[in-house]
Write a protein that binds this ligand. Structure first.
Ligand SMILES: [Zn+2]
Length: 317
Protein backbone atom coordinates (compact mmCIF):
# COMPACT_ATOMS: atom_id res chain seq x y z
CA UNK A 1 0.00 0.00 0.00
CA UNK A 2 1.41 3.34 -1.06
CA UNK A 3 2.38 5.62 1.78
CA UNK A 4 2.81 9.34 1.17
CA UNK A 5 4.09 11.75 3.80
CA UNK A 6 2.03 14.95 3.82
CA UNK A 7 3.96 17.85 5.31
CA UNK A 8 1.83 20.49 6.99
CA UNK A 9 3.60 23.67 7.96
CA UNK A 10 2.62 25.62 11.04
CA UNK A 11 4.57 28.61 12.28
CA UNK A 12 7.96 27.20 11.32
CA UNK A 13 7.04 23.67 12.39
CA UNK A 14 6.49 20.78 10.03
CA UNK A 15 3.83 18.21 10.91
CA UNK A 16 4.30 14.90 9.13
CA UNK A 17 1.15 12.94 8.34
CA UNK A 18 1.24 9.50 6.73
CA UNK A 19 -1.34 9.20 3.96
CA UNK A 20 -2.27 5.64 3.02
CA UNK A 21 -4.54 4.43 0.26
CA UNK A 22 -5.95 7.08 -2.04
CA UNK A 23 -8.53 5.30 -4.19
CA UNK A 24 -12.28 5.77 -4.08
CA UNK A 25 -13.83 5.50 -0.65
CA UNK A 26 -14.08 7.37 2.64
CA UNK A 27 -11.30 9.69 3.79
CA UNK A 28 -10.38 9.13 7.41
CA UNK A 29 -8.17 11.42 9.51
CA UNK A 30 -6.46 10.08 12.65
CA UNK A 31 -4.75 12.39 15.17
CA UNK A 32 -2.40 11.43 17.99
CA UNK A 33 -0.55 13.62 20.44
CA UNK A 34 -2.79 16.69 20.51
CA UNK A 35 -1.79 16.84 24.17
CA UNK A 36 1.89 16.29 24.93
CA UNK A 37 1.43 13.99 27.93
CA UNK A 38 -0.96 11.61 26.14
CA UNK A 39 1.37 9.12 24.48
CA UNK A 40 -1.09 6.26 24.00
CA UNK A 41 -2.49 8.00 20.93
CA UNK A 42 0.99 8.68 19.55
CA UNK A 43 2.06 5.06 19.91
CA UNK A 44 -1.24 3.74 18.57
CA UNK A 45 -1.11 6.08 15.57
CA UNK A 46 2.45 5.01 14.77
CA UNK A 47 1.45 1.37 15.09
CA UNK A 48 -1.58 1.99 12.89
CA UNK A 49 0.60 3.27 10.05
CA UNK A 50 2.51 -0.01 10.13
CA UNK A 51 -0.66 -2.10 10.34
CA UNK A 52 -2.32 -0.32 7.40
CA UNK A 53 0.80 -0.51 5.26
CA UNK A 54 0.20 -4.19 4.62
CA UNK A 55 -3.52 -3.97 3.85
CA UNK A 56 -5.73 -3.02 0.93
CA UNK A 57 -7.57 0.22 1.61
CA UNK A 58 -10.77 1.39 -0.06
CA UNK A 59 -10.34 5.10 0.50
CA UNK A 60 -7.70 7.14 2.28
CA UNK A 61 -6.44 7.10 5.85
CA UNK A 62 -4.25 10.02 6.90
CA UNK A 63 -2.51 9.56 10.25
CA UNK A 64 -0.79 12.38 12.14
CA UNK A 65 0.86 10.73 15.18
CA UNK A 66 2.63 13.87 16.47
CA UNK A 67 -0.01 16.56 16.25
CA UNK A 68 1.53 18.91 18.82
CA UNK A 69 5.36 18.70 18.63
CA UNK A 70 6.09 21.51 21.16
CA UNK A 71 3.92 19.88 23.83
CA UNK A 72 5.20 16.37 23.03
CA UNK A 73 8.81 17.56 23.28
CA UNK A 74 8.05 19.12 26.65
CA UNK A 75 6.04 16.07 27.76
CA UNK A 76 3.31 18.35 29.01
CA UNK A 77 -0.32 18.87 28.08
CA UNK A 78 0.46 22.19 26.34
CA UNK A 79 3.57 23.52 24.65
CA UNK A 80 5.68 26.56 25.47
CA UNK A 81 2.88 29.00 24.61
CA UNK A 82 0.88 27.33 27.42
CA UNK A 83 -2.15 27.17 25.17
CA UNK A 84 -4.32 24.06 25.12
CA UNK A 85 -4.33 22.93 21.47
CA UNK A 86 -7.74 21.37 22.05
CA UNK A 87 -9.23 24.78 22.83
CA UNK A 88 -8.04 26.74 19.78
CA UNK A 89 -9.43 24.79 16.81
CA UNK A 90 -9.91 25.66 13.98
CA UNK A 91 -6.99 28.01 14.66
CA UNK A 92 -5.60 30.81 12.52
CA UNK A 93 -2.67 30.97 10.09
CA UNK A 94 -1.01 33.93 11.82
CA UNK A 95 -1.77 33.42 15.53
CA UNK A 96 0.05 31.74 18.41
CA UNK A 97 2.00 28.58 17.62
CA UNK A 98 -0.88 26.44 18.94
CA UNK A 99 -3.36 28.36 16.80
CA UNK A 100 -1.13 27.83 13.75
CA UNK A 101 -0.85 24.10 14.47
CA UNK A 102 -4.63 23.89 14.83
CA UNK A 103 -5.05 25.76 11.57
CA UNK A 104 -2.64 23.43 9.74
CA UNK A 105 -4.49 20.36 11.03
CA UNK A 106 -7.89 21.88 10.28
CA UNK A 107 -6.98 22.81 6.73
CA UNK A 108 -4.75 19.84 5.97
CA UNK A 109 -6.68 16.98 7.55
CA UNK A 110 -10.09 17.84 8.96
CA UNK A 111 -11.42 19.91 6.04
CA UNK A 112 -11.23 16.97 3.65
CA UNK A 113 -12.10 14.06 5.91
CA UNK A 114 -15.28 12.01 6.12
CA UNK A 115 -14.52 10.83 9.67
CA UNK A 116 -12.16 12.28 12.28
CA UNK A 117 -10.62 9.98 14.89
CA UNK A 118 -8.76 11.89 17.63
CA UNK A 119 -6.70 9.74 20.01
CA UNK A 120 -6.42 11.29 23.48
CA UNK A 121 -5.88 9.83 26.98
CA UNK A 122 -5.95 10.97 30.58
CA UNK A 123 -2.34 12.18 30.68
CA UNK A 124 -0.27 12.59 33.81
CA UNK A 125 -2.74 14.22 36.17
CA UNK A 126 -5.94 12.26 35.57
CA UNK A 127 -7.33 8.79 35.09
CA UNK A 128 -10.08 7.80 32.71
CA UNK A 129 -11.76 4.51 31.85
CA UNK A 130 -11.27 3.32 28.26
CA UNK A 131 -13.90 5.19 26.29
CA UNK A 132 -14.94 6.24 22.83
CA UNK A 133 -16.63 9.65 22.68
CA UNK A 134 -18.94 10.57 19.82
CA UNK A 135 -21.79 12.88 18.86
CA UNK A 136 -25.04 11.36 20.12
CA UNK A 137 -26.85 12.08 16.86
CA UNK A 138 -23.86 11.55 14.57
CA UNK A 139 -24.01 9.30 11.53
CA UNK A 140 -21.38 7.87 9.24
CA UNK A 141 -22.18 6.28 5.90
CA UNK A 142 -25.87 6.63 6.74
CA UNK A 143 -25.57 4.61 9.98
CA UNK A 144 -25.78 5.93 13.53
CA UNK A 145 -22.25 6.54 14.74
CA UNK A 146 -23.21 4.96 18.07
CA UNK A 147 -23.95 1.66 16.32
CA UNK A 148 -20.57 1.84 14.59
CA UNK A 149 -18.81 2.67 17.86
CA UNK A 150 -20.38 -0.36 19.53
CA UNK A 151 -18.10 -2.52 17.38
CA UNK A 152 -15.00 -1.11 19.08
CA UNK A 153 -13.23 -2.61 22.08
CA UNK A 154 -14.30 0.17 24.46
CA UNK A 155 -16.28 -0.63 27.61
CA UNK A 156 -17.62 2.95 27.67
CA UNK A 157 -19.20 4.89 24.83
CA UNK A 158 -19.80 8.55 25.64
CA UNK A 159 -22.52 10.00 23.44
CA UNK A 160 -22.41 13.82 23.63
CA UNK A 161 -25.36 16.03 22.82
CA UNK A 162 -22.99 18.93 22.19
CA UNK A 163 -19.29 19.74 22.43
CA UNK A 164 -17.57 22.90 23.59
CA UNK A 165 -15.78 24.88 20.89
CA UNK A 166 -12.05 24.69 20.29
CA UNK A 167 -11.50 20.95 20.05
CA UNK A 168 -10.59 19.16 16.84
CA UNK A 169 -13.87 17.29 17.11
CA UNK A 170 -15.88 20.48 17.62
CA UNK A 171 -14.39 21.82 14.38
CA UNK A 172 -15.38 18.60 12.64
CA UNK A 173 -18.85 18.95 14.17
CA UNK A 174 -19.10 22.54 12.87
CA UNK A 175 -18.23 21.27 9.41
CA UNK A 176 -20.94 18.62 9.66
CA UNK A 177 -18.43 15.77 9.76
CA UNK A 178 -18.67 12.71 12.00
CA UNK A 179 -16.02 12.31 14.68
CA UNK A 180 -14.94 10.10 17.54
CA UNK A 181 -12.27 10.45 20.18
CA UNK A 182 -10.68 7.86 22.42
CA UNK A 183 -9.61 8.17 26.06
CA UNK A 184 -8.00 5.77 28.53
CA UNK A 185 -5.39 5.29 31.17
CA UNK A 186 -3.60 8.18 32.79
CA UNK A 187 -1.53 8.73 35.86
CA UNK A 188 1.57 9.07 33.73
CA UNK A 189 1.66 5.36 32.85
CA UNK A 190 1.44 3.63 29.47
CA UNK A 191 -0.32 0.29 29.27
CA UNK A 192 0.02 -2.08 26.33
CA UNK A 193 -3.61 -3.11 26.66
CA UNK A 194 -4.73 0.50 26.11
CA UNK A 195 -2.55 1.02 23.05
CA UNK A 196 -3.68 -2.29 21.57
CA UNK A 197 -7.31 -1.35 22.23
CA UNK A 198 -6.82 1.91 20.31
CA UNK A 199 -5.29 0.18 17.29
CA UNK A 200 -7.89 -2.58 17.28
CA UNK A 201 -10.72 -0.09 17.60
CA UNK A 202 -9.50 2.17 14.78
CA UNK A 203 -9.18 -0.90 12.55
CA UNK A 204 -12.72 -1.89 13.54
CA UNK A 205 -14.03 1.57 12.64
CA UNK A 206 -12.20 1.44 9.30
CA UNK A 207 -13.85 -1.90 8.55
CA UNK A 208 -17.27 -0.58 9.55
CA UNK A 209 -17.02 2.40 7.17
CA UNK A 210 -15.74 0.20 4.35
CA UNK A 211 -12.10 1.30 4.19
CA UNK A 212 -10.97 -2.19 5.21
CA UNK A 213 -12.61 -5.33 3.82
CA UNK A 214 -12.89 -7.07 7.16
CA UNK A 215 -11.45 -6.80 10.58
CA UNK A 216 -11.83 -9.40 13.30
CA UNK A 217 -14.13 -8.21 16.03
CA UNK A 218 -12.24 -7.47 19.24
CA UNK A 219 -12.96 -9.36 22.40
CA UNK A 220 -16.33 -8.02 23.46
CA UNK A 221 -16.16 -5.32 26.10
CA UNK A 222 -18.90 -6.50 28.38
CA UNK A 223 -20.87 -4.81 29.61
CA UNK A 224 -20.57 -1.89 27.20
CA UNK A 225 -22.00 1.19 28.89
CA UNK A 226 -23.35 4.21 27.01
CA UNK A 227 -23.07 7.40 29.06
CA UNK A 228 -24.75 10.55 27.83
CA UNK A 229 -24.24 13.46 30.20
CA UNK A 230 -21.78 16.23 29.53
CA UNK A 231 -19.97 17.22 26.39
CA UNK A 232 -16.44 16.01 26.95
CA UNK A 233 -14.41 18.94 28.26
CA UNK A 234 -11.86 18.15 30.95
CA UNK A 235 -11.90 21.71 32.18
CA UNK A 236 -15.51 21.42 33.25
CA UNK A 237 -16.31 18.90 35.98
CA UNK A 238 -16.56 18.91 39.76
CA UNK A 239 -14.30 21.84 40.56
CA UNK A 240 -12.38 21.92 43.83
CA UNK A 241 -12.76 24.84 46.21
CA UNK A 242 -9.77 23.92 48.40
CA UNK A 243 -6.08 23.34 47.83
CA UNK A 244 -4.22 20.45 49.45
CA UNK A 245 -3.82 16.69 49.15
CA UNK A 246 -6.52 14.82 47.24
CA UNK A 247 -7.39 11.37 48.55
CA UNK A 248 -9.64 9.40 46.20
CA UNK A 249 -12.38 7.01 47.28
CA UNK A 250 -13.29 5.68 43.86
CA UNK A 251 -11.65 4.63 40.61
CA UNK A 252 -12.12 5.72 37.00
CA UNK A 253 -15.02 3.79 35.51
CA UNK A 254 -16.74 3.14 38.85
CA UNK A 255 -20.50 3.35 39.04
CA UNK A 256 -21.41 5.83 41.78
CA UNK A 257 -24.62 7.02 43.38
CA UNK A 258 -25.76 10.58 43.93
CA UNK A 259 -24.09 12.00 47.04
CA UNK A 260 -21.40 9.31 47.13
CA UNK A 261 -18.04 10.59 48.32
CA UNK A 262 -15.52 10.52 45.49
CA UNK A 263 -12.60 11.89 47.48
CA UNK A 264 -11.45 14.34 50.12
CA UNK A 265 -9.01 17.25 50.17
CA UNK A 266 -6.73 17.49 53.20
CA UNK A 267 -4.79 20.40 54.61
CA UNK A 268 -1.20 20.38 55.93
CA UNK A 269 -2.42 19.12 59.33
CA UNK A 270 -4.45 16.31 57.73
CA UNK A 271 -7.80 17.95 58.38
CA UNK A 272 -10.48 17.49 55.74
CA UNK A 273 -10.88 20.79 53.90
CA UNK A 274 -13.35 19.56 51.30
CA UNK A 275 -15.43 16.47 50.60
CA UNK A 276 -16.06 15.80 46.92
CA UNK A 277 -19.37 14.10 46.19
CA UNK A 278 -21.17 12.99 43.06
CA UNK A 279 -24.10 15.33 42.52
CA UNK A 280 -26.03 12.53 40.82
CA UNK A 281 -25.52 8.89 40.00
CA UNK A 282 -23.43 7.82 37.05
CA UNK A 283 -19.98 6.64 36.10
CA UNK A 284 -16.66 8.22 37.02
CA UNK A 285 -15.42 9.22 33.58
CA UNK A 286 -12.47 11.22 34.82
CA UNK A 287 -10.72 11.29 38.19
CA UNK A 288 -7.89 13.40 39.46
CA UNK A 289 -4.77 11.21 39.83
CA UNK A 290 -2.11 13.67 40.97
CA UNK A 291 -2.52 14.07 44.74
CA UNK A 292 -1.48 17.70 44.83
CA UNK A 293 -4.51 19.83 44.03
CA UNK A 294 -5.33 23.52 43.93
CA UNK A 295 -8.63 25.32 44.20
CA UNK A 296 -10.11 25.49 40.71
CA UNK A 297 -8.77 22.09 39.64
CA UNK A 298 -11.23 19.50 38.39
CA UNK A 299 -11.53 16.61 40.85
CA UNK A 300 -13.77 14.34 38.80
CA UNK A 301 -16.36 14.09 36.08
CA UNK A 302 -19.36 11.86 36.66
CA UNK A 303 -21.66 11.18 33.72
CA UNK A 304 -24.96 9.37 33.83
CA UNK A 305 -26.66 7.22 31.26
CA UNK A 306 -29.85 9.17 30.95
CA UNK A 307 -29.02 12.30 29.01
CA UNK A 308 -29.95 14.53 31.93
CA UNK A 309 -28.04 17.31 33.58
CA UNK A 310 -25.36 15.06 35.06
CA UNK A 311 -22.94 16.11 37.68
CA UNK A 312 -20.03 17.47 35.88
CA UNK A 313 -20.21 19.34 32.73
CA UNK A 314 -18.31 18.71 29.77
CA UNK A 315 -16.19 15.47 29.64
CA UNK A 316 -12.97 14.68 27.86
CA UNK A 317 -10.12 15.57 25.54
ZN1 LIG B 1 -6.16 15.08 25.40
Amino acid sequence: MALVIDRLTAGGLTLEAARLGGGPGPRIAVLGGVHGDELEGVLAAQRLIGALGTRTLHGTVTVLPLANPPALTAGTRAGADDENLARVFPGVADGTLSARIAHAISAGLIADCDLLIDLHSAGRRYRMPPLCGLPAKGTVGGRPLLDVARTTAFPFLWAHGSVAPGRSVSHAEALGKPWVYFECGGGGALREHDIDRYVTSVLRLLAEVGVLDAEPAPAPAAPQVVVRDGDGNTDDGIVLGASGLFVTRCAAGDAVTGGQILGTVHGPDGAVLETVRAAAGGYVMMLRHDFEVAAGDVAAIVAGTGGGAGTGGDGAA
